[in-house]
Design a protein around this ligand. Sequence first.
Ligand code: AMP
Length: 603
Amino acid sequence: MTAGTTQPTRWPRISKDLQDFPVVPNLADYDAVCRAFSWDGARRALSGLPGGGLNIAHEAVDRHAAGPRAGHEALRFVRADGSTHSLSYRELAEQTSRFAAVLAQLGIGRTERVFSLMGRSPELYVAVLGTLKNGSVFCPLFSAFGPDPVRQRLQLGSGRVLVTTRALYRKKVARIRDALPDLTHVLLIDADGEPEPGTLDLAMLMAAAPGDAGIASTQGEDMALLHFTSGTTGTPKGAIHVHEAVTAHYATGLYALDLHPDDVYWCTADPGWVTGTSYGVIAPLVHGVTTVVDQEEMDADRWYRILAEQRVTVWYTAPTALRMLMKAGADRASGHDLSVLRFVASVGEPLNPEVVVWGREAFGQPVHDNWWQTETGGIMIANFAATEIRPGSMGRPLPGVEAALVQRDENGKPVIADGLPVLVAEPDAMGELALRAGWPSMFRGYLHEEERYRRCFAGGWYLTGDIAKRDADGYYWFVGRGDDVIKSSGHLIGPFEVESSLMEHQAVAQAGVIGVPDPVAGEVVKAFVELRNGWEPSEELRLDIIGFARKRLGAAVAPRMVEFTTALPRTRSGKILRRLLKARELGLPEGDTSTIETPQEAP
Ligand code: AMP
């Protein structure tokens, strides 16, 4: 395999001093914790259902409600005007039991699918956990999805119930209802007694349901959650997760998010994305902490206010949001008391080293990048609270997670010999990131797509489709999605590295980098660049950015072409859609665009 470019080592490592920690970190000695860890041990920290079996909702809610933490604040919703509304573990247990009883009364059984289409309202959180209590399967959809993605997912998942609002129902579902024969019940959270044809009033049903109904006696391997993830082409895939996943949510909440019982924790992700479910609902509740939920969309001043006013101690967010805060300027943070914030983590796409370091200026904390996917169900690789950060690296595998890099052939396919993937041994070489199968939150299938699922595995390893490098000390460095890696004059170029360098130019806010065909080099690098506030596109600036990148990356890697854009196409979860940039550049079909944030003009 051709060697890649050098890693962004110009950024000094960030070491930690245990003396500085306001609480004793859950993972202080990485090697010792990894050696002592077993998934069975982690599972024993959970209580399991009283009669045997395992149910996520029991671990997240009922066992706290039955003990001394019953009155502890579980969820704190921040409304548009900044006022809050809270549910204790006891209240959450009661409401989720009512929701489960409503489903049972409607004849919704085990493994049947309950979908949601709504913003981050209390009813959404009650529906997730109530569905699990009934032994049914929950599938959250982004409220911003249009009618087509909603129909496609409800059809693929054979949704029996949809929980939504009147406005969303009218706008997105009513007219496609005929195409959804499996959908027998639509529950409106805001029906207010006024009938809407074809729907039921959830509040009325809840009021009439018992608040102390039991919980379904699910087993660890029973299906619990269905998360749709976009394929690069074709239809979205429905990743199946089981109740056993809660063991990983617990262990990763402990080690990767360093959750402690008195934490006030804020995960900015919407439950429509897997992060918003695994870490916006399940992991923090399993740890019995208080979770803040902002019901509004991202806004720099609002976010700083929430961090300060809600006295958030642990914050889990995403690179795009952090880059937007950075674009707004660190001075926006000043005047907000962030002194109790002790841990900041990020996930979802590459986190530029500049942002990691900038975190110290804005939040008094570096940002801890971590890596995982819909398919892995939980965090797999992380920078931990107490371990050294190498800015630009996504960190090291979680205890219990075995990661490796698999060699790729000339066509970018993983090299398999005698049924086993051939692993990359030498440090700093690229390969496809693979995980030894068997961690509890591993997806158990793609719904109705057995063959597609099977193709993700080789010789007991799950192949992630991401390209990475590993340094001599076991830190992983993201290079790109397998499909996004650029091959130019024999060099393999990771778009992330080029984007990170471009972002160090004072005028550049965000960048998306692709390879475009070139008769001589095979491919050459093209960058789409969003400028920071106060900068205007000009030929001079374009040349300056190219020159800047050349100095840092060398002529072989720096973009030959830079095009200014005002809006890079992104998914709802914030990922730059490089394949869409490429399809538009080359005039190719755009593939599945259902997860795109807002329809963008061609750049
Ligand atoms: P999703 O399944 O939608 O959550 O997307 C998972 C993909 O997001 C991964 O396969 C990566 O390509 C990307 N991703 C997630 N976290 C990171 C990270 N920390 N660094 C780089 N890429 C990431």
